[in-house]
Design a binder for this molecule. Structure first.
Ligand code: HEC
Length: 153
């Protein structure tokens, strides 16, 4: 299970398609598509965060579903990061990401690993609010860490 989750997310920032994304998407559309994927992250993560904070009744299966939903769309992000998207006006990606691509990818991998751990943990019958706080909290830290360095405010 963990292995599968990691495989899904480790390709997050790798270019995987046989047809190069830059040949099928114009840069502006690719950025819109990228932001839409992050909006999906946000909707799913919002439910997880609401449960961890006690605003929504705790439900392990629901957390597992939301984490899996993030894992389903995360691999789509990779193809939105091709060089021609650099400098698209509507993008909030800092230019620093292109200069420190290895570090940026590393943050993507840290996120993928934390997400994989949340997916695995939340499928376990022992998963309770305390475990959710820990594993979801760890994942949220990886969102924040990337935004701090690579997303415009
Ligand atoms: C590896 C880096 C990285 C990780 C990890 C990451 N993000 Fe982001 N996020 C970005 C970047 C870069 C942008 C800006 C993209 C752009 O505008 O081109 C962004 C944009 C967003 C946006 C705004 C989308 C829009 O409509 O403009 C939301 C919401 C968001 N991220 C949520 C999340 C959540 C929630 C997580 C964790 C579950 C997460 N992100 C993880 C880098 C990351």
């Amino acid at each position: 299970m963990l292995k599968k989750a990691l495989a899904i997310v480790s390709i997050t920032l790798a270019s995987t398609s046989a047809v190069q994304a830059e040949n099928v998407f114009n840069p502006e559309d690719a950025v819109e598509y990228r932001q839409a994927v992050y909006q999906i992250f946000s909707a799913q993560a919002g439910v997880i965060g609401g449960m961890v904070k006690g605003e929504i009744p705790f439900d392990a299966a629901e957390i597992n579903k939301r984490a899996n939903n993030i894992g389903k769309v995360a691999p789509m992000l990779g193809e939105t990061y091709f060089p021609e998207t650099r400098g698209v006006d509507d993008s909030n990606l800092k230019d620093a990401a292109w200069k420190n691509m290895e570090d940026f990818k590393g943050k993507g991998q840290a996120f993928g690993k934390a997400l994989g751990e949340l997916i695995t943990a939340s499928a376990d019958p022992s998963f309770d609010l305390k475990a959710a706080k820990q594993t979801a909290g760890a994942m949220f830290k990886t969102c924040k860490s990337c935004h701090e360095d690579y997303r415009e405010k």
